[in-house]
Design a protein around this ligand. Structure first.
Ligand code: EPZ
Length: 420
Protein backbone atom coordinates (compact mmCIF):
# COMPACT_ATOMS: atom_id res chain seq x y z
CA UNK A 1 0.00 0.00 0.00
CA UNK A 2 1.41 3.39 -0.94
CA UNK A 3 1.45 5.83 1.98
CA UNK A 4 1.64 9.59 1.91
CA UNK A 5 2.53 12.15 4.56
CA UNK A 6 0.11 15.02 5.14
CA UNK A 7 1.72 18.05 6.78
CA UNK A 8 0.08 21.25 8.06
CA UNK A 9 3.13 23.52 7.98
CA UNK A 10 4.11 26.62 9.92
CA UNK A 11 4.58 25.08 13.38
CA UNK A 12 7.80 25.74 15.32
CA UNK A 13 9.45 22.42 16.28
CA UNK A 14 10.49 22.26 19.92
CA UNK A 15 11.40 19.47 22.31
CA UNK A 16 13.65 16.44 22.64
CA UNK A 17 14.12 13.58 20.19
CA UNK A 18 16.20 10.42 20.36
CA UNK A 19 18.23 9.24 17.35
CA UNK A 20 18.33 5.63 16.08
CA UNK A 21 21.41 3.58 15.20
CA UNK A 22 23.14 4.42 11.92
CA UNK A 23 21.62 2.63 8.92
CA UNK A 24 24.88 2.96 6.96
CA UNK A 25 26.84 1.36 9.80
CA UNK A 26 24.28 -1.40 10.47
CA UNK A 27 24.29 -2.57 6.84
CA UNK A 28 28.05 -3.39 6.57
CA UNK A 29 28.01 -4.78 10.14
CA UNK A 30 25.18 -7.21 9.24
CA UNK A 31 27.15 -8.31 6.17
CA UNK A 32 30.32 -8.69 8.27
CA UNK A 33 28.59 -11.33 10.43
CA UNK A 34 29.15 -13.75 7.51
CA UNK A 35 32.90 -13.62 8.22
CA UNK A 36 32.48 -15.45 11.53
CA UNK A 37 31.16 -19.04 11.56
CA UNK A 38 29.60 -18.41 14.95
CA UNK A 39 27.79 -15.28 13.92
CA UNK A 40 27.52 -11.85 15.52
CA UNK A 41 25.30 -9.94 17.95
CA UNK A 42 24.48 -6.29 17.22
CA UNK A 43 22.74 -3.65 19.37
CA UNK A 44 21.08 -0.35 18.44
CA UNK A 45 20.14 -1.66 14.96
CA UNK A 46 17.59 0.74 13.39
CA UNK A 47 14.25 -0.71 12.27
CA UNK A 48 14.29 0.72 8.73
CA UNK A 49 13.40 -0.90 5.39
CA UNK A 50 16.99 -1.15 4.14
CA UNK A 51 17.94 -3.17 7.25
CA UNK A 52 14.87 -5.41 6.82
CA UNK A 53 15.79 -6.00 3.15
CA UNK A 54 19.37 -6.97 3.99
CA UNK A 55 18.17 -9.33 6.75
CA UNK A 56 15.95 -11.04 4.15
CA UNK A 57 19.02 -11.48 1.94
CA UNK A 58 20.91 -12.94 4.91
CA UNK A 59 18.12 -15.49 5.45
CA UNK A 60 18.28 -16.40 1.74
CA UNK A 61 21.97 -17.19 2.31
CA UNK A 62 21.06 -19.49 5.22
CA UNK A 63 21.58 -17.18 8.19
CA UNK A 64 19.21 -17.34 11.17
CA UNK A 65 18.02 -13.81 11.96
CA UNK A 66 16.53 -12.84 15.34
CA UNK A 67 15.74 -9.11 15.31
CA UNK A 68 14.01 -7.43 18.27
CA UNK A 69 13.03 -4.21 16.51
CA UNK A 70 11.84 -2.48 19.69
CA UNK A 71 15.18 -2.91 21.49
CA UNK A 72 17.39 -2.84 18.39
CA UNK A 73 19.00 -6.14 19.39
CA UNK A 74 19.92 -8.40 16.45
CA UNK A 75 21.32 -11.92 16.72
CA UNK A 76 22.80 -13.44 13.55
CA UNK A 77 23.63 -17.17 13.36
CA UNK A 78 25.78 -17.80 10.31
CA UNK A 79 27.04 -21.39 10.63
CA UNK A 80 24.69 -22.47 7.81
CA UNK A 81 25.43 -19.55 5.49
CA UNK A 82 26.43 -20.58 1.95
CA UNK A 83 27.39 -18.31 -0.97
CA UNK A 84 24.03 -18.66 -2.69
CA UNK A 85 22.73 -16.16 -5.23
CA UNK A 86 21.66 -12.71 -4.10
CA UNK A 87 18.85 -12.21 -6.62
CA UNK A 88 17.73 -9.21 -8.60
CA UNK A 89 14.60 -8.56 -6.51
CA UNK A 90 16.76 -7.98 -3.42
CA UNK A 91 19.50 -5.94 -5.12
CA UNK A 92 16.83 -3.89 -6.97
CA UNK A 93 15.33 -2.89 -3.61
CA UNK A 94 18.62 -2.07 -2.01
CA UNK A 95 21.92 -1.68 -3.83
CA UNK A 96 23.82 -1.85 -0.54
CA UNK A 97 23.35 -5.62 -0.83
CA UNK A 98 26.62 -5.38 -2.79
CA UNK A 99 28.11 -5.32 0.72
CA UNK A 100 27.56 -9.09 0.81
CA UNK A 101 30.25 -9.61 -1.86
CA UNK A 102 33.22 -8.86 0.37
CA UNK A 103 32.34 -11.15 3.28
CA UNK A 104 31.13 -13.99 1.01
CA UNK A 105 34.45 -13.79 -0.84
CA UNK A 106 36.34 -13.47 2.45
CA UNK A 107 34.83 -16.59 3.99
CA UNK A 108 33.91 -18.80 0.98
CA UNK A 109 36.20 -17.41 -1.73
CA UNK A 110 33.11 -16.96 -3.93
CA UNK A 111 30.09 -14.68 -4.31
CA UNK A 112 27.13 -14.45 -6.73
CA UNK A 113 25.44 -11.08 -6.40
CA UNK A 114 23.15 -9.57 -9.02
CA UNK A 115 24.85 -6.48 -10.39
CA UNK A 116 23.11 -3.37 -9.04
CA UNK A 117 21.63 -1.00 -11.61
CA UNK A 118 21.82 2.74 -11.25
CA UNK A 119 19.41 4.56 -9.01
CA UNK A 120 17.74 7.95 -8.77
CA UNK A 121 20.92 9.73 -7.66
CA UNK A 122 23.31 8.34 -10.21
CA UNK A 123 24.82 5.43 -12.16
CA UNK A 124 26.65 4.24 -9.02
CA UNK A 125 28.92 1.62 -10.70
CA UNK A 126 30.89 -0.85 -8.57
CA UNK A 127 34.06 -0.98 -10.67
CA UNK A 128 36.20 0.02 -7.67
CA UNK A 129 34.77 -2.85 -5.60
CA UNK A 130 35.48 -5.39 -8.38
CA UNK A 131 38.99 -4.00 -8.92
CA UNK A 132 39.78 -4.43 -5.21
CA UNK A 133 38.52 -8.05 -5.28
CA UNK A 134 40.59 -8.77 -8.41
CA UNK A 135 43.71 -7.34 -6.73
CA UNK A 136 43.08 -9.76 -3.85
CA UNK A 137 43.11 -12.66 -6.34
CA UNK A 138 39.45 -13.08 -7.31
CA UNK A 139 38.36 -13.55 -10.88
CA UNK A 140 35.18 -11.80 -11.91
CA UNK A 141 32.69 -12.36 -14.68
CA UNK A 142 29.12 -11.36 -15.36
CA UNK A 143 26.72 -14.24 -16.05
CA UNK A 144 23.09 -13.38 -16.92
CA UNK A 145 23.26 -10.27 -14.78
CA UNK A 146 25.06 -11.85 -11.83
CA UNK A 147 28.52 -10.75 -10.78
CA UNK A 148 30.30 -14.08 -10.23
CA UNK A 149 33.42 -13.78 -8.07
CA UNK A 150 35.70 -16.74 -7.39
CA UNK A 151 39.14 -16.87 -5.78
CA UNK A 152 41.19 -20.05 -5.36
CA UNK A 153 43.02 -18.08 -2.67
CA UNK A 154 42.85 -14.48 -1.39
CA UNK A 155 46.30 -12.95 -1.05
CA UNK A 156 47.24 -9.69 0.64
CA UNK A 157 47.91 -6.87 -1.84
CA UNK A 158 48.08 -3.11 -2.40
CA UNK A 159 44.67 -1.56 -3.17
CA UNK A 160 44.67 2.05 -4.36
CA UNK A 161 41.15 3.40 -4.85
CA UNK A 162 40.78 5.78 -7.79
CA UNK A 163 38.12 7.69 -5.87
CA UNK A 164 36.76 7.57 -2.31
CA UNK A 165 34.05 4.92 -2.10
CA UNK A 166 32.38 4.11 1.23
CA UNK A 167 30.97 0.65 0.48
CA UNK A 168 33.93 -0.05 -1.82
CA UNK A 169 36.28 0.47 1.12
CA UNK A 170 34.03 -1.63 3.38
CA UNK A 171 33.89 -4.47 0.83
CA UNK A 172 37.67 -4.45 0.36
CA UNK A 173 38.26 -4.55 4.13
CA UNK A 174 35.83 -7.46 4.60
CA UNK A 175 37.41 -9.44 1.75
CA UNK A 176 40.93 -8.78 3.07
CA UNK A 177 40.62 -9.57 6.81
CA UNK A 178 41.12 -13.33 6.20
CA UNK A 179 43.33 -13.08 3.09
CA UNK A 180 46.84 -14.51 3.34
CA UNK A 181 49.37 -11.85 4.21
CA UNK A 182 49.16 -8.07 4.42
CA UNK A 183 46.81 -5.77 2.49
CA UNK A 184 47.33 -2.01 2.30
CA UNK A 185 44.33 0.05 1.20
CA UNK A 186 45.07 3.62 0.10
CA UNK A 187 42.63 6.46 -0.64
CA UNK A 188 40.20 4.63 1.66
CA UNK A 189 36.95 6.21 2.87
CA UNK A 190 37.09 7.19 6.55
CA UNK A 191 33.42 7.86 7.25
CA UNK A 192 32.39 7.03 10.86
CA UNK A 193 30.48 4.03 9.49
CA UNK A 194 33.72 2.61 8.01
CA UNK A 195 35.42 3.17 11.38
CA UNK A 196 32.53 1.40 13.16
CA UNK A 197 32.92 -1.61 10.84
CA UNK A 198 36.69 -1.74 11.49
CA UNK A 199 36.17 -1.49 15.27
CA UNK A 200 33.70 -4.40 15.15
CA UNK A 201 36.02 -6.52 12.95
CA UNK A 202 38.95 -5.89 15.32
CA UNK A 203 36.79 -7.10 18.25
CA UNK A 204 36.01 -10.20 16.13
CA UNK A 205 39.76 -10.86 15.85
CA UNK A 206 40.79 -8.98 12.70
CA UNK A 207 44.14 -7.16 12.58
CA UNK A 208 43.52 -3.67 11.16
CA UNK A 209 45.74 -0.60 11.52
CA UNK A 210 45.07 2.96 10.38
CA UNK A 211 41.37 2.89 11.31
CA UNK A 212 39.87 6.28 10.41
CA UNK A 213 42.73 7.19 8.07
CA UNK A 214 42.88 7.03 4.29
CA UNK A 215 45.63 4.36 4.52
CA UNK A 216 44.48 1.13 6.16
CA UNK A 217 46.75 -1.90 6.75
CA UNK A 218 45.23 -5.34 7.29
CA UNK A 219 47.08 -8.50 8.36
CA UNK A 220 45.04 -11.57 7.36
CA UNK A 221 43.96 -13.92 10.17
CA UNK A 222 42.64 -17.46 9.93
CA UNK A 223 39.21 -16.88 11.47
CA UNK A 224 36.98 -14.37 13.21
CA UNK A 225 34.71 -15.07 16.16
CA UNK A 226 31.37 -13.99 17.59
CA UNK A 227 31.18 -10.83 19.69
CA UNK A 228 28.55 -8.22 20.55
CA UNK A 229 28.81 -4.73 19.03
CA UNK A 230 26.72 -1.57 19.41
CA UNK A 231 25.97 0.36 16.20
CA UNK A 232 26.99 4.05 16.27
CA UNK A 233 24.27 6.74 16.22
CA UNK A 234 22.93 7.89 12.84
CA UNK A 235 24.65 11.20 12.01
CA UNK A 236 22.51 11.72 8.89
CA UNK A 237 19.26 11.23 10.80
CA UNK A 238 20.60 13.71 13.40
CA UNK A 239 21.61 16.25 10.73
CA UNK A 240 18.14 15.94 9.20
CA UNK A 241 16.41 16.81 12.50
CA UNK A 242 18.81 19.70 13.17
CA UNK A 243 17.88 21.19 9.81
CA UNK A 244 14.16 20.57 10.32
CA UNK A 245 14.19 22.33 13.72
CA UNK A 246 16.31 25.19 12.32
CA UNK A 247 14.04 25.65 9.28
CA UNK A 248 10.98 25.88 11.55
CA UNK A 249 12.66 28.56 13.73
CA UNK A 250 12.34 26.25 16.72
CA UNK A 251 14.62 24.78 19.37
CA UNK A 252 15.29 21.36 20.76
CA UNK A 253 17.75 18.68 21.84
CA UNK A 254 18.76 15.51 19.99
CA UNK A 255 19.83 12.59 22.21
CA UNK A 256 21.86 9.46 21.34
CA UNK A 257 24.00 11.37 18.85
CA UNK A 258 27.77 11.90 18.44
CA UNK A 259 28.44 15.61 17.71
CA UNK A 260 32.00 14.68 16.61
CA UNK A 261 30.45 13.04 13.50
CA UNK A 262 28.71 16.29 12.49
CA UNK A 263 31.42 18.94 12.91
CA UNK A 264 31.11 20.54 9.46
CA UNK A 265 27.28 20.52 9.31
CA UNK A 266 27.26 22.06 12.82
CA UNK A 267 29.73 24.73 11.70
CA UNK A 268 27.48 25.56 8.74
CA UNK A 269 24.45 25.89 11.03
CA UNK A 270 26.40 28.19 13.36
CA UNK A 271 27.51 30.24 10.34
CA UNK A 272 23.81 30.50 9.40
CA UNK A 273 23.12 32.03 12.82
CA UNK A 274 21.75 28.96 14.60
CA UNK A 275 22.83 28.47 18.24
CA UNK A 276 24.28 24.94 18.55
CA UNK A 277 25.37 23.45 21.89
CA UNK A 278 27.01 20.02 21.52
CA UNK A 279 26.96 17.73 24.58
CA UNK A 280 28.71 14.37 25.13
CA UNK A 281 25.98 12.44 23.31
CA UNK A 282 23.49 15.21 22.55
CA UNK A 283 23.13 18.37 20.46
CA UNK A 284 20.90 21.29 21.44
CA UNK A 285 19.94 23.97 18.96
CA UNK A 286 17.98 27.22 18.93
CA UNK A 287 16.97 29.07 15.76
CA UNK A 288 14.45 31.69 16.81
CA UNK A 289 16.17 34.46 14.83
CA UNK A 290 15.91 32.89 11.40
CA UNK A 291 18.91 31.82 9.27
CA UNK A 292 21.43 33.61 7.04
CA UNK A 293 22.45 32.23 3.60
CA UNK A 294 25.48 29.89 3.75
CA UNK A 295 27.24 28.12 0.85
CA UNK A 296 27.95 24.39 1.03
CA UNK A 297 29.96 21.95 -1.09
CA UNK A 298 29.66 18.22 -0.45
CA UNK A 299 32.80 16.08 -0.08
CA UNK A 300 33.88 12.81 1.57
CA UNK A 301 34.13 12.74 5.39
CA UNK A 302 34.84 14.90 7.32
CA UNK A 303 33.48 17.24 4.62
CA UNK A 304 29.83 18.24 4.31
CA UNK A 305 27.99 14.92 3.72
CA UNK A 306 26.19 14.46 0.39
CA UNK A 307 23.43 12.75 2.42
CA UNK A 308 22.60 16.10 4.07
CA UNK A 309 22.75 18.21 0.88
CA UNK A 310 19.03 18.06 0.07
CA UNK A 311 18.01 18.78 3.67
CA UNK A 312 20.35 21.80 3.86
CA UNK A 313 18.91 23.10 0.60
CA UNK A 314 15.41 23.04 2.11
CA UNK A 315 16.75 25.00 5.10
CA UNK A 316 18.40 27.59 2.83
CA UNK A 317 15.04 28.38 1.17
CA UNK A 318 14.28 30.10 4.50
CA UNK A 319 17.53 32.11 4.60
CA UNK A 320 17.37 35.84 3.84
CA UNK A 321 19.49 36.02 0.65
CA UNK A 322 21.22 33.87 -2.00
CA UNK A 323 23.21 30.69 -1.24
CA UNK A 324 24.92 28.00 -3.35
CA UNK A 325 24.89 24.23 -2.77
CA UNK A 326 27.42 22.23 -4.79
CA UNK A 327 27.22 18.41 -5.12
CA UNK A 328 30.54 16.73 -5.94
CA UNK A 329 29.83 13.07 -5.03
CA UNK A 330 26.84 12.02 -7.16
CA UNK A 331 26.05 13.20 -10.65
CA UNK A 332 22.28 13.36 -10.30
CA UNK A 333 21.39 14.25 -6.76
CA UNK A 334 19.12 17.23 -7.44
CA UNK A 335 15.82 15.33 -7.85
CA UNK A 336 14.39 17.33 -4.96
CA UNK A 337 14.94 20.72 -6.69
CA UNK A 338 11.88 20.71 -8.92
CA UNK A 339 9.71 19.37 -6.08
CA UNK A 340 10.94 22.12 -3.75
CA UNK A 341 10.16 24.69 -6.46
CA UNK A 342 6.58 23.38 -6.55
CA UNK A 343 6.37 24.44 -2.92
CA UNK A 344 7.38 27.96 -3.96
CA UNK A 345 11.16 27.74 -3.49
CA UNK A 346 13.30 29.64 -6.01
CA UNK A 347 16.06 27.15 -6.91
CA UNK A 348 18.03 27.09 -10.13
CA UNK A 349 20.29 24.21 -11.19
CA UNK A 350 23.56 25.41 -12.70
CA UNK A 351 25.69 22.33 -13.54
CA UNK A 352 26.63 20.58 -10.29
CA UNK A 353 25.47 23.42 -8.10
CA UNK A 354 22.09 24.92 -7.19
CA UNK A 355 21.51 28.64 -6.69
CA UNK A 356 19.02 29.21 -3.87
CA UNK A 357 17.21 32.54 -3.66
CA UNK A 358 15.98 32.39 -0.08
CA UNK A 359 13.46 34.41 1.89
CA UNK A 360 10.54 32.56 0.26
CA UNK A 361 7.40 31.73 2.19
CA UNK A 362 6.70 28.24 0.89
CA UNK A 363 3.12 27.23 0.04
CA UNK A 364 1.85 23.71 0.72
CA UNK A 365 1.36 21.52 -2.40
CA UNK A 366 1.29 17.93 -3.72
CA UNK A 367 4.88 16.65 -4.09
CA UNK A 368 6.56 13.34 -4.90
CA UNK A 369 9.44 11.71 -3.02
CA UNK A 370 12.11 10.38 -5.40
CA UNK A 371 14.91 9.09 -3.17
CA UNK A 372 15.69 8.72 0.50
CA UNK A 373 17.26 12.08 1.37
CA UNK A 374 15.22 14.06 -1.18
CA UNK A 375 12.13 12.84 0.69
CA UNK A 376 13.56 14.24 3.93
CA UNK A 377 14.11 17.63 2.28
CA UNK A 378 10.48 17.69 1.14
CA UNK A 379 9.34 17.00 4.71
CA UNK A 380 11.49 19.88 5.99
CA UNK A 381 10.05 22.19 3.33
CA UNK A 382 6.49 21.00 4.07
CA UNK A 383 6.98 21.71 7.78
CA UNK A 384 7.90 25.33 7.02
CA UNK A 385 5.34 25.87 4.22
CA UNK A 386 2.03 27.53 5.04
CA UNK A 387 -0.97 25.30 4.35
CA UNK A 388 -1.11 21.58 3.56
CA UNK A 389 1.64 19.56 1.87
CA UNK A 390 1.05 15.99 0.66
CA UNK A 391 4.21 13.95 0.08
CA UNK A 392 3.62 10.82 -2.02
CA UNK A 393 5.76 7.66 -2.36
CA UNK A 394 7.20 7.95 1.12
CA UNK A 395 8.47 4.37 1.01
CA UNK A 396 11.70 6.12 0.00
CA UNK A 397 11.73 7.81 3.41
CA UNK A 398 11.12 4.56 5.31
CA UNK A 399 14.32 3.11 3.88
CA UNK A 400 16.44 5.23 6.19
CA UNK A 401 14.27 6.88 8.85
CA UNK A 402 12.52 4.98 11.64
CA UNK A 403 9.17 6.51 12.67
CA UNK A 404 9.96 9.86 11.05
CA UNK A 405 6.44 11.24 11.50
CA UNK A 406 6.27 10.01 15.12
CA UNK A 407 9.53 11.71 16.07
CA UNK A 408 8.40 14.92 14.34
CA UNK A 409 5.00 14.79 16.11
CA UNK A 410 6.86 14.60 19.44
CA UNK A 411 8.52 17.89 18.39
CA UNK A 412 5.10 19.48 17.80
CA UNK A 413 4.78 18.96 14.05
CA UNK A 414 1.30 18.55 12.56
CA UNK A 415 2.11 15.55 10.38
CA UNK A 416 0.26 12.29 9.68
CA UNK A 417 0.84 9.18 7.58
CA UNK A 418 -2.19 8.29 5.42
CA UNK A 419 -2.53 5.15 3.30
CA UNK A 420 -3.41 6.12 -0.29
C1 EPZ B 1 27.44 5.20 0.61
O1 EPZ B 1 27.03 4.80 -0.68
C2 EPZ B 1 26.16 5.46 1.38
N1 EPZ B 1 25.37 4.21 1.46
C3 EPZ B 1 25.36 6.55 0.68
O2 EPZ B 1 24.22 6.81 1.47
C4 EPZ B 1 26.20 7.81 0.63
O3 EPZ B 1 25.50 8.80 -0.09
C5 EPZ B 1 27.53 7.50 -0.09
O4 EPZ B 1 28.21 6.41 0.57
C6 EPZ B 1 28.47 8.70 -0.09
O5 EPZ B 1 28.74 9.09 1.23
C7 EPZ B 1 25.76 3.26 2.35
O6 EPZ B 1 26.74 3.41 3.07
C8 EPZ B 1 24.92 2.02 2.38
P1 EPZ B 1 30.27 5.65 -2.77
P2 EPZ B 1 28.13 4.20 -1.72
O7 EPZ B 1 30.74 4.32 -3.26
O8 EPZ B 1 29.17 3.47 -0.97
C9 EPZ B 1 31.20 6.52 -7.36
C10 EPZ B 1 21.96 7.08 1.91
O9 EPZ B 1 21.34 8.10 1.67
N2 EPZ B 1 31.69 5.12 -7.41
O10 EPZ B 1 31.04 6.32 -1.68
O11 EPZ B 1 27.37 3.49 -2.78
C11 EPZ B 1 29.70 6.58 -7.09
O12 EPZ B 1 28.97 6.46 -8.29
C12 EPZ B 1 22.94 6.54 0.88
O13 EPZ B 1 21.94 6.45 2.99
C13 EPZ B 1 32.25 4.65 -8.60
O14 EPZ B 1 32.33 5.38 -9.59
O15 EPZ B 1 28.76 5.52 -2.30
C14 EPZ B 1 29.54 7.95 -6.45
O16 EPZ B 1 29.45 8.92 -7.47
C15 EPZ B 1 22.71 7.18 -0.45
N3 EPZ B 1 32.70 3.36 -8.64
C16 EPZ B 1 30.86 8.12 -5.67
O17 EPZ B 1 31.78 7.18 -6.23
C17 EPZ B 1 32.61 2.52 -7.57
O18 EPZ B 1 33.03 1.35 -7.67
C18 EPZ B 1 30.75 7.83 -4.16
O19 EPZ B 1 30.10 6.59 -4.05
C19 EPZ B 1 32.03 3.02 -6.36
C20 EPZ B 1 31.58 4.32 -6.31
Amino acid sequence: MLDKLVIQGGKRLTGDVRMSGAKNAALPLIAASILSEDGLELENVPDVTDVRTLLKAMERLGAIVEFQAETGKLNLTTSNVRPDEIPYDIVRKMRASVLLMGPLLGRFREAHVYTPGGCAIGARPINEHIHAFQKLGADHRIESGFAILRAPKLRGTQILFDRVTVTGTENAIMAAVMAEGETVIEHAANEPEVVDLCNCLIKMGAKINGVGNSRITIKGVRSLHRISHRVIPDRIEAGTYLMAIAASGGNGTLFAVNPEHLRIPIEKLVEAGVTVIPGKDSISIEAAHGVHPVDVETSPYPGFPTDLQAQFMALMTQAEGVSFVKETIFENRFQHVQELNRLGARLKIDGNRVIIRGGTTLQGAEVMATDLRASASLVIAGLTASGTTNIHHIYHLDRGYHNFEGKLQSLGADIARISE
